[in-house]
Design a protein around this ligand. Structure first.
Ligand SMILES: Nc1ncnc2c1ncn2[C@@H]1O[C@H](COP(=O)(O)OP(=O)(O)OP(=O)(O)O)[C@@H](O)[C@H]1O
Ligand SMILES: [Mg+2]
Length: 389
C-alpha cells in the first residue's frame, strides 16, 4: 500500500534545504498545530491516555489526568498500574508482564482522587509500519451516574426474582421461534406446489395465522426483555466451579457436536462467592454460547478461575473470530449483534447480572485469534460496596 505523504512528511523531507526564515515559519506552524490539537484533546470529556506496554503514561489529556489524579509534570514517568490499583490484576497481567497486543474493555472503580466508576478501552497502535515500540491509546469514560441509576433501579424494583429467570427463558425462546419461522416457510412453499383444493386453502389460512402468531410472540418477547430490569440477586454461598459444571453438562452435547473442546482450570483456591445461582448460570450460559458461536470445529474454550486477596476472576478464553476494534464499544449495548439470528442481549444481561453482584465484566480480543471475557467478583468475605447516591 502506498502511504499518502502528509504535508509534514513533505516539508521534513526537504528540511536541509530550508533557510532560517522558513525554518522559523515551520517551527511556528508546528507549534500552532500542536496547540490546536492539544486544545481539542483537552476539551474532550473523555479521558485520553497513551501508555507504553509497561503501563508508563506518555500522554494524558486534562480529563484523563483529572480522572486518574495525575500531575502534568508526571507525564512520561508515571506508571498506570500505580495510579490505578487493581487495573493490572483486572487485565490478568503478572508483575513485569507487558500489555498484550489485544483490544481490551474494562470497567473499574477509581478511588483516587474521587470515587467514581470508569469504562476503559485499550487500543494498541503503532506510529509506523514495522515499529517495534508498542503503544496503547487508553480511553476513559465516566460511567458513575450510569451505575448509580442502574443500582437504584435494582434497589427500588421489588418484583419477584422469577422475572430474571423469565428473562433468561424469553431470551432462549428466540432460537425455537426462528426454527418455527423457517419450518412454516417451508410448509408454505410445499403447499404452494400442491394442487389447489378446499383443504389446501384451509391449510394455507392456518399457516398464515401461525406465521402471524409467531411474529407476535417474537415481538412480545423482545418488548418484555427490553422492559425488565434485573432483580436483586438471591444471594447464597456458591462454589462457581460447581455451577459452571452444571451449565457445561447442559451445553456439553452441543459443544461436542460442533467439535469444540472445553478445558476448566481452577488455580489455587475454589471460586467461592456470594451469588445468585440462577443468575450465575445465565451468565455462564451466555458467555459459553458466544464463545461457541464464534468458533469453528476444532476450536477450544478454556475457562480459568483464579483468585487474589479480594476477588475471584473467571476467564472464558475462546479461539474464535475475535471482536473488531470498531465493535468493542458496542458489544454491551442491547440489540447490538453481528449474528444473523442473534438478539444482541446476551452480554447486556451478563453485564447487568454482574453489576447486581458488585462485579465487573472485562473483554480482551484479537481478531482472528480469539476473545477472553473476564468476570470479576468480590470474594464472599468482602462486603459488596454500593455507591452512595
Ligand atoms: N466470544 C466472542 N467472540 C467474538 N465475538 C463476540 C464474542 N462474544 C460476543 N461477541 C460479539 O458481541 C456481540 C454481542 O453479543 P451478545 O451475546 O450480546 O449478543 P448475540 O450473541 O449477538 O445475541 P444473543 O442475544 O443471542 O446472545 C455479538 O454479536 C458478537 O459480535
Ligand atoms: Mg450472545
Amino acid at each position: 500500500m502506498v502511504k499518502k505523504e502528509s504535508y509534514l512528511d513533505r516539508v521534513l523531507g526537504r528540511i536541509e534545504t530550508l533557510d532560517a526564515t522558513n525554518l522559523a515559519n515551520l517551527a511556528q506552524k508546528l507549534a500552532r498545530e500542536r496547540s490546536y490539537l492539544e486544545t481539542i484533546f483537552n476539551t474532550a470529556l473523555e479521558g485520553i491516555l497513551v501508555v507504553d506496554e509497561d503501563g508508563e503514561v506518555r500522554y494524558a489529556n486534562e480529563s484523563g489526568r483529572r480522572m486518574i489524579g495525575l500531575k502534568e509534570s508526571d507525564m512520561g514517568s508515571a506508571i498506570l498500574w500505580r495510579l490505578i490499583p487493581g487495573l493490572r490484576d483486572s487485565l490478568g497481567l503478572e508483575e513485569g508482564e507487558p500489555l498484550r497486543d489485544s483490544i481490551s474493555s474494562r470497567e473499574l472503580e477509581l478511588t483516587y482522587p474521587e470515587q467514581r466508576y470508569v469504562r476503559m478501552y485499550f487500543l494498541p497502535f503503532k506510529e509506523s509500519e514495522g515499529d517495534e515500540d508498542k503503544q496503547f491509546v487508553v480511553m476513559l469514560s465516566d460511567i458513575t451516574s450510569e451505575k448509580i441509576s442502574k443500582e437504584e433501579t435494582i434497589e427500588s424494583e421489588k418484583i419477584a426474582s422469577i422475572l430474571l429467570l423469565a428473562a433468561g427463558v424469553a431470551h432462549e425462546l428466540g432460537n425455537p421461534l426462528n426454527s418455527l419461522t423457517i419450518h412454516l416457510q417451508l410448509m408454505e412453499r410445499t403447499l404452494s406446489k400442491l394442487e389447489a383444493s378446499p383443504s389446501s386453502e384451509k391449510l394455507s389460512n392456518s399457516l398464515q395465522v401461525c406465521r402471524g402468531e409467531v411474529d407476535r410472540l417474537d415481538g412480545i418477547i423482545k418488548n418484555f426483555l427490553e422492559a425488565i430490569r434485573p432483580q436483586e440477586p438471591d444471594f447464597q454461598i456458591l462454589d462457581l466451579s460447581l455451577v459452571l459444571e452444571e451449565v457445561l453438562e447442559v451445553v456439553g452435547s452441543e459443544l461436542n457436536d460442533r467439535g469444540i473442546t472445553v478445558e476448566v482450570e481452577v488455580v489455587s483456591e475454589a471460586p467461592i462467592v456470594r451469588a445468585d445461582r440462577n443468575q450465575m448460570k445465565q451468565v455462564f450460559f451466555n458467555l459459553i454460547k458466544n464463545a461457541m458461536e464464534a468458533m469453528r470445529p476444532g476450536g477450544a474454550l478454556k475457562i480459568v478461575s483464579r483468585a487474589d486477596e479480594e476477588k475471584i476472576y473467571l476467564r472464558f478464553g475462546d479461539s474464535g473470530s475475535g471482536i473488531r476494534q470498531s465493535e468493542l464499544s458496542r458489544v454491551f449495548q442491547p440489540y447490538h449483534t453481528t449474528k444473523k439470528t442473534g438478539s444482541g442481549l446476551g452480554l447486556m444481561i451478563v453485564q447487568r447480572i454482574m453489576r447486581g453482584h458488585g462485579g465487573l465484566v472485562g473483554i480482551d480480543s484479537q481478531e482472528g485469534v480469539g476473545t477472553v471475557v473476564t468476570l470479576e467478583l468480590p470474594k464472599r468475605n468482602r462486603k459488596i460496596r454500593m455507591l452512595e447516591g
